[in-house]
Ligand binder design. Structure first.
Ligand SMILES: [Zn+2]
Length: 83
């Protein structure tokens, strides 16, 4: 009985470790909300911060958002050149 309890606690601490080493990976909703600001940051060459890293990470693994991002970049680039 003691050993079973220990194992449960070990597993629980392992799960906590995983959650802490892989902090809040964002989903498509969060990505869409940040995409516009992220595209602006890319064009302006702003330094990467915690949230831009998350967007980058999501774009790398989500072709759908990546496509949206590239379309947004084209639009923003045109706007910047017109200014
Ligand atoms: Zn996505």
């Amino acid at each position: 009985m003691m050993s079973t309890k220990l194992r449960v606690e070990q597993v629980r601490s392992l799960i906590i470790d995983v959650v802490h080493t892989q902090p809040d990976e964002i989903g498509c909703d969060e990505c869409a909300a940040l995409l516009c600001a992220y595209a602006e940051c890319c064009l302006l060459g702003s330094p990467a911060s915690e949230w831009t890293v998350h967007v980058e990470q999501h774009l790398a693994q989500c072709p759908c958002c990546r496509q949206e991002f590239e379309a947004l970049l084209v639009i923003l680039r045109t706007t910047v050149e017109e200014l």
